[in-house]
Write a protein that binds this ligand. Structure first.
Ligand SMILES: Nc1ncnc2c1ncn2[C@@H]1O[C@H](COP(=O)(O)OP(=O)(O)O)[C@@H](O)[C@H]1O
Ligand SMILES: [Mg+2]
Length: 236
């Protein structure tokens, strides 16, 4: 579905990603894990085209993403939930969700309502407060809103950047349960997390990023048993 070969990315003259390769297959849940500043966010930005990048190959369902302006990426069915949620303040929950739907062309009112019902079924906490202003939500609710807004696009591929960041363990569990439901509807997920144990529980396969390079990859079960992962990231 998503095929990345030898992808590098830059901030000005500084190269932040060094020739990484990764694959995401239709229907998979894949995690990209690593410590702070490893290049996880940059990888998602490079896929979405919002950072300077170059790859030997960067394709989504056969479409070359390098030849595409970033504003056309959501229309392909790729929804990016950015780091730090970026909920629109001064806008209600409902308005935030409708902004998500706006990025998808050619949707009629009935389709939009159906999508809204779906998001509210996944996140009942949002359904309880459609008129509440985005910035007054709890951290967990804001994260749910950011994911809900992305789901309004009816994406085939969801790019999630550190959804558990700053959330209490109970809220993290609730959010990941919701993501399991989303994945069960056929949405493919590429998850970025610093919370490696959570990510390896959720994903079937994972890549470990260190200093802009992929250092390890494999099934989530194998990585969870890997001695270097257990020592470096899980404190075991
Ligand atoms: N806007 C930016 N300008 C310059 N350098 C950046 C910017 N964002 C990230 N970087 C650098 O790129 C590298 C990778 O960062 P990032 O992708 O944010 O890592 P992660 O998401 O894994 O924490 C780091 O060295 C970071 O300092
Ligand atoms: Mg990041």
């Amino acid at each position: 579905m998503l095929s990345i070969a030898e992808l590098s990315a830059w901030y000005g003259a500084v190269e932040a990603l060094h020739s990484i390769s990764l694959e995401v297959h239709e229907g998979e849940r894949v995690a990209l894990v690593g410590s702070n500043r490893a290049g996880k966010t940059t990888t998602l930005r490079a896929i979405s085209g919002i950072v300077q990048r170059r790859a030997a190959s960067l394709t989504y369902r056969g479409v070359d993403l390098q030849g595409l302006p970033p504003h056309l990426v959501p229309g392909l069915g790729i929804a990016h939930v950015p780091e730090g949620r970026q909920v629109f303040s001064g806008m209600s929950v409902l308005e935030n969700l409708l902004v998500g739907a706006y990025c998808r062309r050619g949707r009629d009112h009935a389709a939009q309502q159906e999508r809204l019902d779906f998001v509210f079924s996944i996140f009942p906490r949002l359904a309880e407060r459609p008129m509440q202003s985005g910035e007054t939500l709890s951290g967990g609710e804001q994260q749910m809103l950011a994911i809900g807004r992305a789901l309004m696009l009816s994406p085939s591929l969801l790019l999630l950047d550190e959804p558990s960041q700053g959330l209490a363990p109970r809220v993290v569990d609730e959010m990941y349960e919701a993501l399991v439901h989303v994945a069960a509807t056929g949405v493919t997920i590429l998850l970025v997390e610093q919370n490696i144990s959570m990510a390896l529980e959720f994903a079937s396969r994972a890549y470990v990023l260190e200093n802009g390079v992929i250092s390890l990859q494999g099934s989530a079960a194998d990585l969870a048993r890997d001695d270097s992962i257990r020592a470096s990231y899980l404190g075991l």
